[in-house]
Design a protein around this ligand. Structure first.
Ligand code: NAP
Length: 331
C-alpha cells in the first residue's frame, strides 16, 4: 500500500495524517511517479493553513506538496515523451507530492537530463520549484544585469540562497535581509554583498547608502506584511516591487496613486504557475536552470532532511524561521 500525508482540515502543522492512500492508475495524459525526494515550500504552509494565495486552495481531504523528484512507474495511453524508468521532476500543481507514489499530468513533468549526474534526487527536490521561480524572477519579471543593486528578502531561505547565487552569477550587487547572524553569513557565502539583520539594522537605510540615494531597480519581496511598505521605499523611479510571497502575512492594500507619487513604480505579484503555464516556457526555464546547475554555480543547500511521515515537524521548523536553505522529505 502507498502512504501519504493527508489533511482533512486546514490549520496547524499537526493536521497531517500519515496513512494509506489510494493511487489511481494513470489516465490518458498522466504518469505514475514513485517519489524519491519531496521538496518543502513555504507555499505548502499557506495552503495547509488556508491562507490567501494566488492559486486556489484545494478542496479537502488532500495530500499537499507540489515539488518532487522520482521515477516513472506507469504511463497513460497517450504518453509518448516519458517511459517507465525515467528520472523525472515536477514543481507545479496539482498537489500530491507528500506521498510515496502519485499520478501527475505529463505536460507539467520534466525529464531530468542524464548528464546531470552531479545532483542527487535530494538536491533536485530542493532546486526545482525554487530554481524555476528564481529563473523567472531574475530573467523575466526583470532582467537582472551586471551592475544592478537588488534587494532580496529572506536571503538565507530556500528561495533566498538560490536567488543570491544566481543573481551574483549575473553580476548584480546584492543586499539581503535576514533574521540572524548565522543566516547573514550563509547569505554572504551565497553571494550577498551586504546583509541587514532585521533586529539590528534598517534595510531602507542600507539600500539608500549602497545606491547613493538612487534605489534599486527591483526588490524581491517575499515577506509581505512586515516589510512590504518599506520595500517600496527601496525602489528607484520605475522600479519593480516583485511581491512574490508573504511569509509574515498578506501585505496591506496599496494606494495606486502612491505608486505614482513614489516614482511611477511597478507592482507585480508574480507566481510560478503563470510563468510556467505554457509547456514551452516550462521547458525553456528548466533547460536554463539545468544549464546553470551543471556548472555547479548554484548549490542546493539541503540543510534539513525529514522522513516524509514527519512532515509536520518540517512545517513547524520553516514557519518558526529555524531553517536555512532548503528542506527535503524522504518518502
Ligand atoms: N511566487 C512564487 O511562484 C513563489 C515560488 C516559490 C516561493 N515563493 C515564496 O518565496 C518565499 C520563500 O519560500 P521558501 O519556501 O524558500 O521559504 P524560506 O525562505 O526558506 O522560509 C521563509 C523565510 O521567510 C522569512 N520570514 C520573514 N518573516 C517571517 C515570518 N513572520 N514568518 C516566517 N518566516 C518569515 C524567514 O527568513 P528570516 O528568518 O531570515 O527573515 C524564513 O526563513 C515565500 O514567501 C514563498 O511564498 C513564491
Amino acid at each position: 500500500m502507498t502512504k501519504g500525508a493527508v489533511i482533512y482540515e486546514k490549520g496547524k502543522p499537526d493536521v497531517f495524517k500519515w496513512e494509506d492512500i489510494d493511487v489511481p492508475d494513470p489516465q490518458n495524459d498522466e504518469v505514475l511517479i514513485k517519489n524519491t525526494a519531496v521538496g518543502v515550500n513555504y507555499i505548502d504552509t499557506y495552503h495547509r493553513r488556508g491562507m490567501p494565495h494566488p492559486w486556489p486552495v484545494p478542496d479537502l481531504p488532500i495530500v499537499l506538496g507540489i515539488e518532487g523528484v522520482g521515477i516513472v512507474e506507469g504511463i497513460g495511453s497517450e504518453i509518448s515523451d516519458f517511459n517507465v524508468g525515467d528520472r523525472v521532476a515536477y514543481a507545479l500543481p496539482p498537489h500530491g507530492a507528500y506521498s510515496q507514489k502519485r499520478v501527475y499530468p505529463a505536460n507539467k513533468l520534466i525529464k531530468v537530463p542524464e548528464n546531470l549526474t552531479n545532483l542527487s534526487d535530494n538536491d533536485l527536490a530542493a532546486l526545482m520549484l525554487k530554481g524555476l521561480t528564481a529563473q523567472f524572477l531574475l530573467k523575466r519579471t526583470y532582467k537582472v544585469k551586471k551592475g544592478d543593486v537588488i534587494l532580496i528578502h529572506a536571503a538565507a531561505g530556500g528561495m533566498g540562497l538560490i536567488l543570491c547565487q544566481w543573481a551574483k552569477y549575473l553580476g548584480a550587487t546584492i543586499i539581503g535581509t535576514v533574521s540572524s547572524e548565522e543566516k547573514a553569513q550563509k547569505a554572504k557565502d551565497a553571494g550577498a554583498d551586504y546583509t541587514v539583520i532585521h533586529s539590528k539594522g534598517d534595510f531602507v537605510k542600507t539600500v539608500r547608502e549602497v545606491t547613493e540615494g538612487q534605489g534599486c531597480p527591483i526588490v524581491y519581496e517575499s515577506i509581505g506584511k512586515d516589510t512590504f511598505k518599506r520595500s517600496m521605499d527601496c525602489l528607484r523611479p520605475m522600479g519593480i516591487l516583485a511581491s512574490y510571497g508573504h511569509a509574515s502575512g498578506a501585505p496591506d492594500p496599496v494606494d495606486v496613486i502612491e505608486l505614482g507619487t513614489r516614482g511611477s513604480l511597478f507592482l507585480t505579484r508574480p507566481a510560478i504557475m503563470h510563468y510556467m503555464e505554457k509547456r514551452e516556457d516550462l521547458v525553456n526555464s528548466a533547460n536554463d536552470l539545468f544549464e546553470i546547475l551543471k556548472t555547479g554555480k548554484i548549490k542546493s543547500n539541503v540543510n534539513h532532511l525529514y522522513p516524509l511521515s514527519e512532515v509536520s515537524e518540517a512545517h513547524k521548523a520553516i514557519e518558526a524561521r529555524k531553517t536555512i536553505g532548503a528542506t527535503v522529505l524522504i518518502p
